[in-house]
Design a protein around this ligand. Sequence first.
Ligand SMILES: Cc1cc2nc3c(=O)[nH]c(=O)nc-3n(C[C@H](O)[C@H](O)[C@H](O)COP(=O)(O)O)c2cc1C
Length: 362
Amino acid sequence: MDVDTPICRILDLARWAPSGDNTQNARFEILSPDAAIIHGFDTRAEVVYDLDGRASQLAIGALLETAAIAASGEGGALSITRNKGAAETQPTFEVRFVADAKTNADPLLQHVKSRSVNRRPLSMRALTRDELLELEGSIGPAFKVKWLHRASERLRVALMLFESAKIRLVTREAYEVHRSIIEWHAKFSEDKVPDQALGADPVTTRVMQYVLGSWERVKFFNRFLAGTWPPRIQLDLIPALACASHFAIVADRLPQTVDDQIEAGRAMQRFWLTATKLGLQLQPQMTPLIFARYANEDRPFSAHPNALSMAKAVRRGLVNRLGEHATAHCVFFGRIGAGKPAEARSIRKPFESVLVKAQGIQ
Ligand SMILES: Cc1cc2nc3c(=O)[nH]c(=O)nc-3n(C[C@H](O)[C@H](O)[C@H](O)COP(=O)(O)O)c2cc1C
């Protein structure tokens, strides 16, 4: 197949949009040099963080936004139509490139490939007024940013993340996700998260690799060796203190539908690319938001007897920081700050490997 066509170049760039744990949850069916079907899918059957498909839908929104930005670089626009008949677990979109000589390249275009999650401690320098305004302006009128930047707020968020991280480390469902998404001894990973991008020091990383080798080891370490402490301190508590601010992107309307999540994912990606353009580093912190939602819905997300009560405590922590309304309307939560770009990162599967024929996902 000829991949040197507008639609292939657009989708090739769109693949650099982020997805939870680098799952890359979309496949492309090329219809013509200008048109394709994007077959999204969610990971609710395997991933405890995606039981309602929302994280996957955010990633698909980010992919569509990136495709639209890429289209501007081809000198045109992208029309995007969701197939309303497709199952919610497999949202499907027809995308068509329409050339328009008047289109200018989007200023975010050049940052698509360099945008990357940064899980390391960041500078605590406060964001400037210009940075705040540009970030707030990037997400469109349907969303607002709530900043949590004071030292006392960062401390409280850090403690909330510390609690949330405990759920990740003591539930078997989360263990099954972590063991399958980390690529060990890696700086880059095409289809997972490389261990060097996790943010732990080399010794802790090796201990994590050993412990994650079996669920029995996890239980033993947690029970007798305070196994949850070192990773929670290094991966959650310290980075949460070492940043300029935490942020919540809050939708005006209560997000309920797939389309709401897609819109939110588009806003998330513009915010993240704008941060990259400003030379800022960003890390999503989605698990407290996800656990808070499960708690609110009384969703039995784990067989661990205390999982739901721990999630309820995380929810209380989030509500104390954001209030009830913003907690319910929050679509993206994370931290941001100046810093060096991450050296280790997820990369992407080869373009050819995400192409599918007319039947859909293979
Ligand atoms: C919806 C969504 C949720 C995410 N949640 C987290 C998170 O809770 N913690 C984290 O460290 N990274 C999170 N990430 C970052 C992804 O793991 C990361 O973007 C992905 O592995 C690709 O790597 P890249 O950003 O370097 O391209 C999230 C990304 C997306 C799109």
